[in-house]
Design a protein around this ligand. Structure first.
Ligand code: HEM
Ligand SMILES: CC(C)=CCC/C(C)=C/CC/C(C)=C/COP(=O)(O)OP(=O)(O)O
Length: 318
């Protein structure tokens, strides 16, 4: 029996078939890629690719999307290797394959580095050097700038490091066009301003975890009240930024209307976070119900907004 199977099953557990063991090992390697977060990353890359002007062979398009997925997963694996100490003390992450002892740290690192290099090389061969360079840059941003440099040092980690997750639509765009234009930057800006409300909503109700792990997330360092204020400020910035595609003639009024309606909902959810019943220290008296709802909505919001953008551009081409 492998180490990992021993960890899971223990000596008294009934022996499974070898396929059972293999499957759970595969599941652990897959978990290193942070697949749930990857869904929206891949979707945003797909939207960037779909709205870009110009032809791309469907096989090359699929390869480019796969490279974005693999790169995001690879940087997630390297992040889990580096953060294994803090992941072990946070409730949300303590059962991840490395802190739970099911995958050795060095194996996870090699896996991540191999996939990262492969994704950039294949992106370069399948599309162009610009797309490959931005892909490499986003891996570097997530691994070096966010994970290794900022995450444990400053509550601005999310604002600056969050840029890593804003690159995929730009990469999709560059895969088709071979360059980075204002339209690509508009999509980057949307995800960039969306990230702080997305993450800080979660950090409000996960702040105990971050405190235990000594990670200086905003609620830990500046308190819940200040976090709510910053969530609201970034939300106010986000909504006009989502209208930039209309202002620059990238998309039409159908998208503009959808962005306005979705923006109104986004502000509604974030306003409820700001107005949550709190004690003097700003701690929620409602078990952070508004923050939980706002975090969930943030994900639906970005999926819907990007869908509206792609639909508008594809249905009503310029
Ligand atoms: C610095 C930036 C970001 C941070 C720190 C962050 C952090 C987090 C955390 C801690 C979770 C909870 C995951 C879990 O329960 O294990 C989460 C969920 C999620 N994030 Fe982010 N995020 C960031 C940016 C992004 C970006 C750019 C995207 C995509 C465009 C994204 C998409 C998602 C999705 C789809 C989920 C839900 C996953 C699920 O269903 O559990 N995040 N994020
Ligand atoms: C193409 C490419 C390379 C894309 C970048 C991938 C990506 C989704 C970046 C966003 C950053 C992110 C999910 C941080 C999670 O924070 P954390 O790592 O602190 O979360 P954790 O506490 O769950 O580990």
């Amino acid at each position: 029996m492998s180490d990992s199977a021993m960890q899971r099953g223990g000596a008294s557990a009934p022996l499974g078939t070898s396929e059972d063991l293999d499957l759970s090992e595969v599941r652990d390697w897959f978990a290193l890629l942070k697949p749930r977060v990857m869904t929206l990353v891949v979707f945003s890359g797909l939207v960037g690719l779909l709205v870009a002007p110009g032809p791309i062979h469907p096989v090359l398009a699929a390869t480019a999307i796969l490279c974005i997925a693999v790169a995001a997963g690879a940087s997630g694996a390297i992040n889990m290797w580096y953060d294994r100490d803090i992941d072990a003390v946070m409730r949300r992450t303590s059962n991840r394959p490395i802190p739970a002892g099911r995958i050795k740290p060095e194996a996870a690192l090699s896996f991540g580095v191999f996939l990262a290099v492969a994704s950039v090389v294949i992106m370069g061969l399948a599309t162009n050097l610009v797309a490959a360079a931005v892909l490499a840059g986003s891996i570097g941003f997530y691994v070096f700038i966010y994970t290794m440099w900022l995450k444990r040092r400053t509550p601005q980690n999310i604002v600056i490091g969050g840029a890593a997750g804003a690159f995929p639509p730009m990469i999709g765009w560059a895969a088709v066009t071979g360059h980075v234009s204002i339209e690509a930057m508009a999509m980057f800006a949307i995800v960039f301003f969306w990230t702080p409300p997305h993450f800080w909503a979660l950090s409000l109700y996960a702040s105990g975890d971050y405190q235990r792990a000594g990670v200086p997330m905003l609620p830990v360092v500046a308190g819940a009240k200040e976090t709510r204020r910053q969530i609201w400020l970034y939300s106010l910035l986000l909504v006009p930024v989502t209208l930039v595609p209309v202002a620059i003639g990238m998309s039409g009024l159908a998208y503009g209307a959808a962005a306005a309606v979705l923006g109104a909902f986004f502000l509604h959810y974030m306003w409820r976070v700001k107005r949550d019943v709190q004690d003097e220290a700003g701690r929620s008296l409602s078990n952070d119900a508004p923050a939980r709802a706002a975090f969930r909505f943030s994900i639906i919001y970005l999926f819907a907004l990007l869908t509206a953008l792609a639909a508008d551009i594809l249905v009503f081409p310029a």
